[in-house]
Design a protein around this ligand. Structure first.
Ligand SMILES: [Zn+2]
Ligand SMILES: [Zn+2]
Length: 354
């Protein structure tokens, strides 16, 4: 099979590998779509210091694959099933849940595979990712795609859509809410689509015209260009405009960017008793949030058991996340897919197999 490997320092290469075989309880999936995620890009640009490279090569000499095959946003068709597999069969269309785990501990049984002490994320060293023709996955990681959900939907379900769906569920969002969403990469844009579908009024904060345009297309009630606010000599005006459009301040906030400013601004916009959820780290929390009784919660992807609820929601509200895809590449050009995504002048970038 063909697969992309990451070589560090923004270098990557498509290589040939032997076709994998499913063992007992495992499923071989022929990948149809694999999305490039912001977290893949962190791995892609990471430059290993020369002294550390030798150490890593020794540490991971038996890890397969090494260097890693990235990708955790994969969907495809079941090609073959291993011994004992009963819930999927060849020909089924599936999205692949991207944390592999023991399947037996308390957290696994609850569906929180990512909390298992033995968990491994697809695309990390030692756990093959989805930028490959084929991928073997445990049976319990196969989320069968309902009719009406495309392979592109399946790739979103594997990461961006599930992240935003779980986060917004924690806020208990409804038509009573005004929400400020920060960061308009694919996760933030999924947040815009879903917050609208849940009935909230949405202000979307981000940068780059292409992403601000997508937020408008997905129905955001107000779109704010963070760079324009920063460059503005009269920032009071934009804050005045926001207050005018959202007179009661915001009851809810969703932070997806990991930027310190974004966290600060989001908390400033929240009203008393406001509640916020963040899926991105790296931002300290100012101490005045105490006086406002603000609730802030972290959220990391979605438990496996929430899949049916998410699939039903996407079908019911015709979320049409495919509109977010701006660039498509075949696996032979996966290197270009990463270069395009790293330049950030894009919506969602995918690799697809026709
Ligand atoms: Zn992702
Ligand atoms: Zn476990």
């Amino acid at each position: 099979m063909k697969a992309l490997v990451l070589l560090g320092d923004s270098r990557s290469e498509v290589r040939e590998f032997p076709d994998p075989k499913p063992g007992p309880g495992e499923v071989l999936v022929r990948i149809k779509v694999s999305g490039v995620c912001g977290s893949d890009l962190k791995q892609y640009v990471y430059k290993v210091p020369p002294e550390k490279q030798k150490e890593m090569d020794a540490k991971f000499k038996d890890a397969k694959p090494y260097p890693p095959i990235p990708g955790h946003e994969g969907s495809g068709v079941v090609e073959e099933t291993g011994e004992g597999v009963t819930s999927v069969k060849p020909g089924d269309r599936v999205s692949i849940y991207h944390y592999e785990s023991c399947g037996k501990c308390e957290q696994c049984v609850k569906g929180y595979f990512m909390r298992c002490s033995k968990t491994k994320g697809m695309g990390q060293i030692g756990c093959q990712g989805s930028f490959a023709d084929l991928k073997v996955t445990p049976e319990r990681n196969c989320m069968v795609l309902s009719e009406g959900l495309s392979f592109v939907d399946g790739a979103f379900i594997a990461c961006g859509a599930q992240t935003s769906f779980a986060a917004l569920n924690k806020l208990g969002l409804s038509g009573l809410d005004d929400i400020a969403i920060f960061g308009l990469g694919p996760v933030g844009l999924c947040g815009v689509v879903m917050a609208k579908a849940m009935g909230a009024k949405v202000a979307a904060f981000g940068r780059r015209e292409i992403r601000l345009g997508l937020a408008r297309k997905f129905g955001a009630d107000m779109v704010v260009d963070i760079d324009a606010v920063k460059a503005d000599k009269n920032p009071k005006k934009i804050w005045g405009d926001i207050r005018e459009k959202f007179p009661g301040s915001f009851s809810a906030g969703y932070e997806t960017s990991g930027s310190e400013d974004a966290m600060k601004w989001m908390l400033q916009l929240l009203t008393f008793d406001g509640r916020a959820v963040t899926v991105a780290g790296g931002a300290p929390i100012p101490n005045w949030f105490i006086g406002r009784d603000t609730s802030i919660r972290g959220s990391f992807i979605m438990p496996r058991g929430m899949y049916d609820k998410l699939a039903g929601f996407m079908l019911k509200h015709k979320t049409n996340l495919e509109k977010m895809v701006t660039h498509r590449f075949p696996i032979e050009k996966a290197k270009e897919a990463f270069e395009t995504a790293a330049a950030k002048e894009c919506g969602k970038v995918i690799v697809e197999w026709k």
